[in-house]
Design a protein around this ligand. Structure first.
Ligand code: LLP
Length: 428
């Protein structure tokens, strides 16, 4: 089983608080983060970099879980932030995040989003394509700003992961294409623009990756591209994608393994080309918040089809966690007040949404469950709340942070009233 914490009674605790107490206080479904684990994940990357003599930034990829409180914790841990929308910039602003430490990714940023970024003094814009390069140069010039940028390239490296979250291959919607000379053109163009300051290159090869090889190939590609274009990089941003453990089948590497390998390649490349070693930026999302998050559900109805299976229903599902339905993602569950009890039954954990595919875990091995029991899905901290929907008009759950035996709501639960708030009567 994957790691979780319990008290003397064998009941699940999160940040030192019994999960059943959290469920009772805040209701279910409920996302709970163990804040100390978020801090620990950021510190592990920083400590890994600190073993080397390089400038670096650990930019938390906001998309994994964006909220004011999360960004505040990231700032406390000296993480930078990578955003992908005006909404994430607004959240960073509300959190009081230092905008100089924010980078902005995305393959189709609007003029409104670019102007917003320029107005708040956002540190680095990661330019994805020529259309954006030309527009950003104009918008920055109009404001009299010299904007720091990176160019995102498609490094033509495939990582072993689900097709939907693979992004580094040449046939990708993201980044400048290498083979056709787009990167060479973009470097020339960016260097010629007086309103742009080209710091370096960016790539991202995918998500939930367990092997070092893809990152090494990616870093080598960045070095090779800079050298081939007689460009002296000040920054190489290698993106995120470091894998985490959802079930026993996942064997993630310690974060320092990735960092050590990346630093080695980039130092070697800098040496070979006579550059000062560029700063190395990473953009981890999942590996910062994934394992720190748990979703608490209340068990409801169940249905046994003799000789086939038992469906055990919970009060959430695909609206708060689309990953099983979308990526066939696997999770592990525990029954909160008997987290260490041996499994005695096999049940398929199903959600409450009106779709047969709304299954959270197929054939979970658990102790016997009765209605009202709190069931915890582990490692749901990344791409859970951030991909939550209002499907079937179910309000989104609350998010709670727990640390040192204390807990606090950081996103309030939506209500039925919230859901109808934007609805207008038809006047026709
Ligand atoms: N940087 C860029 C440019 C990215 O596109 C991503 C993720 C990250 C960083 C962070 O990657 P991470 O460290 O979290 O793997 N919704 C999917 C994951 C999509 C990832 C998209 N980009 C899922 O639930 O598995």
């Amino acid at each position: 089983t994957i790691p979780f914490t319990t008290n003397d009674a064998g009941a699940l605790t999160i940040g030192g608080v019994p999960a059943t107490d959290l469920a009772q206080q805040y209701g279910t479904p409920l996302y709970v983060y163990d804040v100390e684990r978020i801090r620990g994940a950021i510190r592990a990357y920083r400590t890994a970099f600190d073993q080397h003599n390089v400038d670096y930034a650990v930019s938390y990829a906001a998309k994994a879980f964006a909220s004011v409180a999360m960004f505040q914790v990231a700032a406390e841990e000296q993480a930078h932030l990578d955003v992908v929308s005006g909404g994430e910039i607004a959240t960073a602003q509300k959190a009081g995040f230092n905008m100089a430490n924010v980078s902005f990714n995305g393959n189709n940023k609007s003029d409104d989003e670019l102007n917003y970024a320029l107005e708040v003094g956002l540190g680095t814009i990661i330019v994805d394509n020529d259309f954006e390069l030309v527009r950003l140069a104009k918008l920055a010039a109009a404001k009299g700003i010299k904007q720091k940028i990176l160019l995102r390239i498609a490094p033509a490296v495939s990582a072993h992961t689900h097709e939907y979250i693979m992004t580094g291959q040449a046939d990708s919607k993201f980044g400048f294409d290498v083979a056709s000379g787009q990167v060479a053109d973009a470097i020339k163009k960016a260097e010629a623009e007086t309103s742009l300051d080209l710091l370096g290159l960016h790539a991202h090869i995918g998500s939930q990756i367990f092997e070092i090889e893809g990152f090494v190939a990616e870093a080598e590609k960045l070095v090779e591209l800079a050298a081939a274009n007689h460009f002296t990089p000040r920054v190489f941003d290698v993106g995120g994608g470091f894998g985490i453990q959802y079930t026993d089948d996942d064997k993630p590497l310690a974060s320092n393994k990735f960092i050590d390998a990346l630093v080695a390649v980039i130092e070697k490349g800098a040496h070979a080309n006579g550059w000062d070693t560029p700063a190395i930026w990473i953009e981890p999302g999942r590996s910062i918040v994934g394992a720190a998050g748990t979703t608490l559900y209340t068990a409801g109805s169940s249905k046994t089809i003799p000789g086939v299976r038992t469906y055990q229903t919970v009060d959430g599902g695909m609206g708060d966690n689309i990953r099983p339905a979308l990526y066939q993602a696997d999770y592990q569950a525990v029954v909160a007040d008997q987290a260490t009890a041996p499994a005695t039954t096999t049940v398929t954990l199903a959600g409450k949404y009106c779709e047969s595919g709304d299954i959270l875990i197929k054939d979970a091995k658990l102790p016997a469950i009765k209605p009202g029991d709190i069931i915890a899905l582990l490692s749901t901290g990344a791409y859970g709340y951030s991909m939550a929907s209002l499907y079937n008009r179910n309000p989104r759950p609350a998010v709670v942070f727990a640390e040192n035996g204390k807990s606090q709501e950081v996103i309030r639960r939506e209500t039925w009233e919230d859901l109808t708030d934007h609805d207008l009567d038809y006047q026709g």
